[in-house]
Ligand binder design. Sequence first.
Ligand code: IPE
Ligand code: IPE
Ligand code: MG
Length: 252
Amino acid sequence: MLKKLFNRKRSDTPVIDRNIIPQHVAIIMDGNGRWAKRRGMPRSMGHRAGADVLKEIVMAADEIGIRALTVYGFSTENWNRPKTEVTGLMDLFAKTMGAEVDGLDEEKVRIKLLGRVEDLPLATRTIFRQAEKRTAKNGGMTLAIAVNYGSRLEITDAARAIARKVETGELTSEAISEDLLSAHLYTAGMPDPDLLIRTSGELRLSNFLLWQLAYAEFYVTDVLWPDFDRYELLRALLDFQARNRRFGKVDE
Ligand code: IPE
Ligand code: IPE
Ligand code: MG
């Protein structure tokens, strides 16, 4: 299917230009609750459907040649949801990762965790940490999963780590640069996202990658996350390919 959409000979259908594939795509997977509500189902069913969609999107992104995919799974603010929903999500994370890690490893996907993983329930954090460790040396696409992630907390933690190094004399305040700060974020070593996708229509960042998204292109769709699929991803990529990224410069 993807091959057809890449076929540049067919002038009647919009096609993806293989030369303008974003290196790093970040996704705020939103709308699971609304999807379930519209169907008269509990929110947990929306989350389950959302996990299935994530599998499809990871495979499609890998096939397309995206080098890094970062997905927002659980924010530091999401702890404020009802306990049953939080527990259900943590179980779903553990189950999904447990079921998918073999396939991801086979595809040479490298799993990276962004967030305060140490504060997740034991079973979830153990499965996540094992998956990260097992796939650490893989050379394929990086799949970064933001769980118990908050961007302000990430930047605050980075500031504290840097301050500590200044205190001990390992660093001088003069050595603090944008690159140094980036190197103290959870995303250290990853390029900044080129494209941010948010599903279900909300026009906000919800504390996601505030630093890293400085020059990302934003794509917001009303499609709810459980209804998102590879074609929606291709639509986002097509939209991205038509953007004029100026980075503050004047067009030539
Ligand atoms: C996104 O869907 C999943 C998580 C935040 C974990 P939501 O659960 O936020 O769904 P809506 O926004 O209520 O529809
Ligand atoms: C952002 O969605 C977090 C995730 C998708 C994991 P939320 O549903 O929590 O965001 P708000 O509350 O609408 O800003
Ligand atoms: Mg939401």
